[in-house]
Ligand binder design. Structure first.
Ligand code: FE2
Ligand code: FE2
Length: 215
């Protein structure tokens, strides 16, 4: 069941870019969250980032196992990630940042807020329907941690706006920039359900705080 004996060869071929999206976004997260922890302006925020680092490390290992059990040779992984239509552009951008607040707003509030419970549920159900039980289990495990990562991102954004309403403009810019980098994933309509769910779950947390839709 967990060794990809029951999925079709076509499924595996098409699933490789999804595996890359999962694995490399988690790998990126371990790096940018470590930077966020190292540069954190106060201790509570450092603590949140360090707890998240442990979670992301675990996700990374789960997704590595998917690649391995699916028998995809490691030399093909990076090419799948760098191919058009993945979330690579966004995560490479995050890896260039040094400012803790900017990293956490873009990574936790925007990206995880968007990719949160809704999208991972779509991914889990889709994988399960095609016999990919391992991916389904992984996505459901991920959902439990994402909620925690999103929560402190959200508290951070709310505190920034309460502290100075002028911060809203900066956060809007960070949102626009992030979603533009993500928009590539929606191209071609193949991931339409994913993209619609992605924007909807993000706007559900962002609009009540005074942010506007990016598109
Ligand atoms: Fe994660
Ligand atoms: Fe996360």
């Amino acid at each position: 069941m967990l060794n990809y004996k029951t999925v079709s060869p076509q499924y595996l071929e098409r699933a490789v870019d999804q595996f890359a999206n999962n694995y490399y976004s988690e790998l990126s997260a371990t790096h940018y969250v470590a930077t966020a922890a190292a540069n954190a302006p106060f201790d509570e925020l450092k603590k949140c980032a360090l707890f998240q680092l442990a979670d992301e490390q675990r996700h990374l290992e789960m997704d590595r196992e998917v690649f391995e059990r699916a028998g995809i040779p490691e030399r093909d992984w990076l090419a799948a990630w760098e191919a058009p239509g993945t979330t690579c552009r966004f995560f490479r951008h995050l890896l260039e940042l040094e400012d803790t607040i900017e990293i956490l707003v873009k990574g936790n509030f925007v990206a995880e807020g968007a990719a949160g419970p809704g999208t991972f549920t779509v991914l889990a159900d889709g994988a399960e329907a095609r016999g990919d039980v391992l991916s389904a289990v992984n996505h459901r495990a991920r959902i439990r941690d994402e909620t925690r990562h999103i929560s402190y991102g959200r508290v951070l954004v709310k505190a920034l706006i309460d502290d100075d309403p002028g911060n809203l403009d900066t956060i809007q810019e960070w949102q626009d920039e992030s979603l533009r980098l993500f928009a590539e994933v929606a191209r071609g309509g193949e991931r339409r359900a994913w993209w619609d769910g992605f924007l909807a779950s993000y706007y559900k947390i962002a609009l009540p705080l005074g942010l506007r839709p990016s598109f």
